[in-house]
Design a protein around this ligand. Structure first.
Ligand code: URA
Length: 431
């Protein structure tokens, strides 16, 4: 088999066989296929696409390029969640303990942040002592002990994805529905869960800018998951502004803890986290209907069981649970600066990508893969789309430790005289 023929076939709009896809993925992972040939094939896939059978074959080949986690020693259906990511998205921190408190084992592998988006693993790292890189034994121990396990994805899971993703990043080939599907679903299948809820974000602040694209991606991922025996459902959610009020690692831990303690119950972030948790309880077999799952989730938060699981989980993984009640034990910041409204009117849009980049400049995110983080810094976003503001009113507060950003409220936050009704956070579901 020759890579040249695979590239030529795809360039001309043809279909690759399972064997050809397996040959490419194995070769990309073990270095026997040259990077330039993988890059050329990625670009051809971007332009020509892949049918469902090719996307399935790519997913399987990537899953099988590394270790597959075996969770079968833990009783019950294990449930996982994936979000296509967004600025301020801390839903994983909130819903993991809730799902576990509802009696459904929740097993997740998460990533680190890069560029304008933060990573769950970095947010956890703000909790003093908490271990975020677990061995498989420690992961299983946490799952058995607390009903919840969450660790950085280990290097031996889907090495082919890591290789191909790095090439995609360099060659402007990230935005391809079959490539995104195979990248996400191979890692989810390798992670060993039986059931999965997908949060596919849609809007200016997301990978998928239009509802059509988000729907196509959701359908593609659901089709691949179902073909491999996963119970799953996708929620298409709006991403037109940062999720919640906090951007930055320790700040996001504080906001998550407040929701787990039942505070901020009426925010978009709380509503989204609780709904995603309920969907996970439902696909994980912990309830018969969504209404029943939602009621259980609400009870576990109100009754303190979800917060109790979070404390147990932090303790089980080496962290200091006192930091969940005494935020002075979390990394902090030494200076704050308010950014105010340049005009009176109604907020129509907030450019979350630019706010994510600003948080990165303050030190909360990574410009390059190995950059060090300042876990205490970030941004409090006071403004919400649809809110009326007066000139001079506070829109953002920047929290720093010496590094300065350059906020541009005139271009990042659209204020117009006319009213604005924000779109609902949940756009549709795909099963
Ligand atoms: N997240 C992933 O893990 N892979 C992609 O291709 C895109 C988003």
């Amino acid at each position: 088999m020759r890579m040249y023929d695979l590239i030529y076939t795809k360039k001309m709009g043809g279909t690759l066989t399972d064997e050809q896809i397996g040959f490419w993925v194995r070769g990309a992972a073990d270095g026997t296929v040259a990077d330039e040939q993988s890059a050329a094939l990625l670009m051809a896939i971007c332009w020509r696409g892949m049918d469902t059978a090719e996307t399935l074959a790519l997913t399987l080949a990537m899953r099988d390029s590394g270790t597959r986690v075996d969770l079968s020693s833990v009783p019950g259906l294990k449930v996982d969640k994936h979000s296509t990511g967004g600025v301020g998205d801390k839903t994983t921190l909130i819903l993991g303990p809730i799902v576990a408190a509802c009696g459904v084992p929740c097993a997740m592998f998460s990533g680190r942040g890069l560029g304008h988006t933060g990573g769950t693993v970095d947010k956890y790292a703000a909790i003093p002592g908490l271990q975020v890189e677990l061995s498989l034994d420690a992961f299983l121990h946490s799952l058995r002990q607390t009903g919840f396990a969450n660790s950085a994805q280990t290097a031996d899971i889907c090495p082919a994805d890591r290789k191909l993703y790095a090439l995609r990043d360099l060659t402007a080939t990230v935005e391809s529905i079959p490539l995104i599907t195979a990248s996400i679903m191979s890692k989810k299948l390798a992670g060993g869960a039986d059931a999965l809820v997908l949060d596919v974000k849609c809007g200016a602040g997301a990978f998928m800018k239009t509802l059509d694209d988000a729907r196509t991606l959701a359908r593609s991922m659901v089709a691949v998951g179902r073909a491999h025996g996963l119970k799953l459902k996708a929620l298409l959610t709006r991403m037109e502004e940062p999720l919640g009020h906090a951007i930055g690692n320790a700040l996001e831990v504080m906001e998550s803890v407040a929701i787990l303690k039942g505070l901020h119950g009426d925010s978009d972030l709380a509503r989204m986290s609780l709904r995603l948790a309920a969907e996970m309880v439902l696909v994980g077999g912990g309830a018969q209907t969504l209404a029943e799952a939602e009621a259980r989730v609400a009870q576990c938060v109100a009754g303190g069981q979800a917060m109790a699981v979070f404390r147990d989980w932090v303790t089980c993984n080496g962290g200091d649970p006192r930091a969940l009640d005494d935020f002075s034990l979390l990394p902090g910041y030494s200076e704050s600066m308010d950014v105010t409204a340049p005009a009176s009117g109604v907020i129509h849009a907030i450019d979350s990508r630019s706010l994510g980049m600003l948080a990165m400049e303050l030190g909360a995110g990574r410009a390059t893969r190995n950059a060090a983080l300042d876990l205490g810094v970030g941004i409090t976003v006071h403004a919400r789309v649809g809110q009326a503001v007066r000139k001079g009113e506070r829109l953002l507060t920047l929290h720093g430790n010496g590094r300065r950003g350059n906020p541009l409220p005139e271009t990042w936050i659209t204020i117009r005289p006319e009213p604005c009704e924000p779109a609902p956070w949940l756009l549709e579901t795909v099963e």
